[in-house]
Design a protein around this ligand. Structure first.
Ligand SMILES: Cc1cc2nc3c(=O)[nH]c(=O)nc-3n(C[C@H](O)[C@H](O)[C@H](O)COP(=O)(O)OP(=O)(O)OC[C@H]3O[C@@H](n4cnc5c(N)ncnc54)[C@H](O)[C@@H]3O)c2cc1C
Length: 455
């Protein structure tokens, strides 16, 4: 496979482009744009020349919640059809793949051979390109770090039409700017990722009911050595029950399971806005909590059921109705951040914003990208329906996070202010310096980059 090519400015090919209105996973901010869907790498270069000199954004599966994968008024290159597995070396676990390969495909092909993605987000429908561009993390971040740590190198199509093979050794600044780089340094055209060996297709999972936030945090601390850990919090619980939920920890199982889990079901329509209210969500959260055992019990569970529980219902984002929803996810430092964690939960519960289970994770390592989200601390993620008043609520959540020295996750974000971004991402000036080198004319842009003042 060709590693490096020289700069070549392609001419605009109008037949490649179609007017589309794209949505992100939250469905709250439609993005009208021109879109091209290249099927081969050679067509990718042609898509660099967008009609009318529009700014360009690569896009994967559109599983980001806010405007990171939207480019309203601009041009978008859809990469899901660039989805070939190119080479695999079982001795090293190194896989070379096109950017549109999904985690679902990795699981389907490589789990039966004893390999797994070393870090994986909570849905398998994410592409590798999208995962690198947000330096995604999984339920094992405290031990395995985020995905960027497991990338050996990638090929990057730059704004000038050249393709550069980039590794931590060949160009450390461009490598660190592109891991978590929001698709703003170029288009990833091939990714070399080190898969992790696993003994079987299953995990031994222990679930335990946690009565409140203190118990939860103590539970995480006690389980710091577990391979995987995740907490599901009832975000509507208040008072003494604030932060109650279910802690799940897991270890790879030496013995596998004979069958794969059942196929996912699809939610065939948008739920009417009124169906999701405080009462219905409270009832769901209560049931989820009560079903978990008081004393931990061990169960052998297929990897996909543990890693991707939400994938059991396709299009579950339609539960929030046509208006859509937003997600808030932040990471707060251990210890000093804990009062802020409580304040965030209190603010959401007091606002009466019905939210299904919130997700709590412990992160152990700083991400290697200049704009990586991960840092040691507790990460909290909450879904919040898009309603009048959302702006004030998100501003309050941002304030609490900044004051506690925390950081909001850009993959989930639709509301962060430029000032909040500058405070949370101190390496943004280094990132901008790399962009000035590889994209001096600002060919790449997104709704999120313009909102945050990244150009
Ligand atoms: C149910 C659910 C659970 C999730 N759980 C987690 C989680 O546990 N941990 C976590 O970290 N994230 C999580 N996410 C967020 C998700 O992992 C990220 O938003 C991811 O980036 C989505 O990938 P995508 O393929 O959909 O990319 P998109 O959303 O389409 O794009 C994301 C970014 O990647 C860029 N991009 C896409 N392809 C390329 C390319 N070829 N070259 C350069 N840039 C590119 C885009 O420009 C954009 O900036 C979750 C999302 C959902 C919906």
């Amino acid at each position: 496979m060709a590693a490096e090519t020289n700069a070549a400015s392609p001419a605009v090919r109008p037949e490649l482009w179609k007017a589309l209105t794209l949505q992100s996973w939250g469905r709250a901010m439609p993005g009208p744009c021109l879109a091209a869907r290249p099927e081969r790498l050679r067509d990718l270069q042609a898509a660099l020349a967008a009609p009318e000199g529009r700014a360009l954004l690569p896009r994967g599966a559109g599983r980001s919640y806010g405007d990171a994968c939207l480019n309203p008024g601009g041009a978008v290159v859809l990469t899901e059809r660039l989805n070939r597995l190119l080479a695999f070396d079982p001795a090293s676990g190194l896989l070379l793949a096109e950017p549109g390969v999904t985690f679902a495909e990795l699981l389907r092909v490589f789990l039966p051979r004893g390999y797994l993605a070393p870090a994986s987000p909570g849905t398998a429908f994410v592409t590798l390109g999208g995962a690198v561009a947000h330096d995604v993390h999984g339920k094992n971040q405290h031990l395995a770090g985020s995905i960027g740590e497991h990338i050996a190198w990638f090929d990057l199509l730059l704004a000038d039409g050249s393709t550069r093979r980039v590794s931590p050794e060949s160009d450390p600044a461009l490598f660190q700017a592109t891991i978590g780089g929001l698709g703003l340094t170029g288009i990833l055209s091939a990714i070399c990722l080190r898969l992790a060996p696993v003994p079987s297709n299953a995990l031994l999972v222990r679930r335990q009911r946690m009565p409140d936030l203190d118990a939860f945090l103590a539970g995480f601390e006690a389980q710091a050595a577990a391979a995987y850990a995740v907490g599901w919090i009832d975000a509507l619980a208040k008072g003494a029950a604030l932060g109650r939920g279910v802690l799940e920890v897991a270890e790879p199982s030496p013995e596998g399971l004979p069958d794969r889990p059942p196929k996912p079901r699809r939610l065939p329509f948008d739920l009417p806005g009124l169906a999701l209210n405080r009462l219905s969500i409270s009832a769901f959260n209560e049931l989820y909590w009560r079903r978990a055992p008081l004393i931990p019990q061990e169960e052998r569970v297929a990897y996909e059921r543990f890693l991707y529980p939400l994938d059991a219902i396709l299009d579950w984002n339609r539960l929030y109705g046509r208006g859509g929803f937003h997600q808030f996810q932040c990471v707060l430092p251990f210890r000093e951040g804990e009062p802020a964690l409580r304040r965030l939960l209190e603010t959401v519960a007091a606002g009466g914003n019905a939210s299904f289970l919130a997700v709590l994770k412990a992160m152990g390592r700083e991400g290697i990208g200049m704009l990586s989200f991960a840092r040691p601390g507790y990460s909290l993620a909450l879904d919040i329906p898009a309603r009048p008043g959302s702006a004030a609520l998100f501003a309050a959540l941002e304030r609490i996070t900044v004051e506690a020295g925390g950081r909001i996750y850009l993959a989930k974000d639709s509301w962060l202010s430029p000032q909040g971004f500058a405070a949370m991402y101190p390496q943004a000036p280094d990132f901008q310096a790399v962009r000035a080198r590889v994209d001096p004319d600002g060919a790449f842009s997104s709704g999120l980059s313009r909102r945050l003042g990244l150009g």
